[in-house]
Design a protein around this ligand. Structure first.
Ligand code: NAP
Length: 256
């Protein structure tokens, strides 16, 4: 039976490309995204066209019970989940305190922190019983640096990083590997950054910095790192790492 990788937040950027990488390496990949059924089916079809195995699950992960139900359905219908990628972001663009409603702030926390907690609550007891498991968590610069307009994003992503550290403290010795992967720059991700910027502005950014310039992070290249981390020997685990394009300054070198 193939090993199973569950991707929560499988768009055409990091989520879909990590899914494709795991499928190429022989995993069955269960891909979950919220709203774009056509996009979901496209990634599944691309994996199958390469000879891989994948299933698509259109689920709003922040709905009460949705993560728990999805994990149960994948484990019962496909097999035990060996690797899970938690890839939901909480970026809503810059918003002043006045423009950040309580509802928006709460949704950011649901996406960044609570959903991740629910994955651990549901899956970790099963992984502990099996003696192994890997949780890869995509994160952002906001997990280590607050900034103007980032009340919701930085508040919630900081919590994400601390939750990863806390999960590691309790579960690493039980065979579960949690990796917090800080993405310190813009990704060539049409379903998230592309939608937030708008198609024209995103295309201009790609032409100015992306494509052959390699100044936008390429998700298919990032996926190599995700897979590598998931396969590390337990005598040499990475718990935190960061990725950025060669032409970007690291977050600690920015003046603001
Ligand atoms: N893109 C960047 O420039 C950038 C920079 C720094 C960090 N990151 C981090 O990278 C991760 C996202 O990766 P990506 O930008 O490459 O995006 P992606 O993998 O292309 O897509 C992420 C997908 O998550 C899905 N999603 C959002 N909310 C969901 C929900 N409630 N339930 C289920 N699925 C949901 C969306 O599905 P639908 O489209 O179907 O709604 C979206 O397509 C986030 O953790 C973010 O913090 C991204």
């Amino acid at each position: 039976m193939a090993k199973v990788c569950l991707v929560l937040g499988a768009g055409a950027g990091i989520g879909g490309n990590v899914g494709k990488k795991f499928a190429r390496e022989g995993y069955h990949v269960a891909l979950c995204r919220r709203s774009d059924e056509e996009g979901l089916n496209k990634i599944v079809a691309e994996i199958e066209a390469e000879g891989g195995s994948a299933s698509g699950h259109l689920v709003n992960a922040v709905k009460e019970g949705a993560i728990e139900d999805l994990i149960e359905a994948v484990e019962a219908g496909i097999g035990p989940i060996d690797v899970v990628l938690y890839n939901l972001g909480s970026q809503i663009g810059g918003r002043s305190l006045e423009d950040t409603t309580l509802k928006v702030f709460e949704l950011g926390w649901q996406m960044a922190t609570m959903g991740l907690f629910r994955v651990a609550k549901t899956l970790f007891p099963r992984m502990v019983e099996r003696g192994s498991g890997t949780l890869l968590v995509t994160s952002a610069t906001a997990s280590v640096r607050g900034n103007a307009g980032q009340h919701s994003h930085a508040g919630s992503m900081g919590g994400r990083r601390m939750l990863c550290q806390t999960l590691n403290a309790e579960f690493a010795s039980k065979g579960i590997h949690v990796a917090h992967i800080l993405i310190d720059g813009a990704v060539d991700a049409p379903d998230t950054l592309g939608k937030m910027m708008g198609a024209d502005a995103f295309q201009k950014l790609r032409e100015a910095r992306g494509l052959e310039h390699d100044g936008l992070m390429l998700p298919e290249k990032m996926a190599e790192t995700y897979f590598h981390v998931s396969q590390q020997h337990r005598s040499a685990w990475t718990h935190e790492l960061d990725l950025r394009a060669f032409s970007d300054l690291a977050w600690w070198n920015h003046a603001a």
